[in-house]
Design a protein around this ligand. Structure first.
Ligand SMILES: [Zn+2]
Length: 281
């Protein structure tokens, strides 16, 4: 297990990280968003992808990406809001992409959540199918949310694919066998801060063994803060703790994890993050 760290692990000179998934539009960041983004950049987290979960949050994500050079946005309707997915909403999302191509780098998060089941599974599945179609039409990579729905997610990804722009299984929660199936579909696997939790053996095995060129790191902030901040607000800076834990698990240098995961994020999201510039506002 990675040791507990009370000071921020320092990225080696020149190394950078990308937080592939967080929710900067959420209430939790309302009072200090600028500090959160700047703090991350100052410590080498030079890219942040802020994720839409419904129409309003997708719009906010785009607006936030417009404010900061290190931030890009994705748009989409989360399975918790699958009831919102109809033709009108899809048209709005498409319009948003059309008008903000520079800011929008992916479609999601979309997927299936059979833990909370805010929306009936069948409705979740039809919302996912519609959005996968639109993502393909728009030429955007997909960001998939899958909680306790591995089998159905897989089935739909297989029936609706292939996805030429690729995609990522965010906040990965399966075992190594499921990871291999996802990797075979040429999707990325994004490892959250949960990997630092003592009881996360399955996720640690995945993080230790999947190929470095299909690995991403994320906070999913404000949720799921890594040790030593477990239970507190998560923020993009803490991507460093997750990357450091993965480096320890794999027995490689942190810079190695940083280099690969940053390259992967730039490849998947087809963008460069302005690492050497301060945020614009
Ligand atoms: Zn999320």
């Amino acid at each position: 297990m990675p040791e507990l760290r009370t000071t921020i692990p320092v990225l080696p000179e020149g190394a950078t990280l990308v937080d592939s998934h967080c929710h900067l539009d959420m209430e939790d960041y309302r009072d200090d968003l600028q500090q959160v983004v700047e703090r991350a950049a100052r410590h080498g987290v030079s890219g942040i992808v802020t994720i839409g979960i419904d129409l309003a949050s997708s719009r906010q994500a785009v607006a936030i990406a417009g404010r900061f050079k290190t931030v890009r946005a994705t748009i989409g309707i989360h399975p918790h809001h699958a009831d919102d997915v109809d033709q009108t909403t899809l048209d709005e999302l498409a319009l948003l992409v059309e008008r903000n191509r520079d800011q929008i780098v992916g479609f999601g998060e979309i997927g299936l959540d059979y833990v909370k089941r805010h929306v009936a599974p069948e409705r979740q599945r039809s919302a996912l199918i519609m959005q996968l179609g639109l993502a393909k039409e728009l030429g955007l990579p997909i960001i998939i949310h899958d909680r306790d729905a591995h089998e159905d997610c897989l089935k739909l990804l297989q029936s609706e694919g292939p996805f030429d722009q690729g995609g990522v299984m965010h906040c990965f929660s399966g075992d190594l066998e499921f990871a291999r199936t996802i990797l075979d579909m040429n999707l990325y696997i994004s490892i959250p801060g949960i990997v630092t939790f003592k009881n996360a053996q399955d996720l640690q095995a995945v993080a230790a063994q999947i190929p470095l060129d299909q690995l991403l790191v994320e906070t999913d902030g404000p949720f799921l803060a890594p040790v030593p901040f477990r239970g507190k607000r998560n923020e993009p800076l803490y991507t460093i703790y997750t990357a450091a834990a993965i480096a320890t698990l794999r027995g490689v240098a942190l810079s190695e994890i940083a280099r690969h995961t940053s390259d992967n994020a730039c490849r998947l999201f087809a963008c460069t993050f302005s690492s050497d510039e301060a945020p614009t506002s």
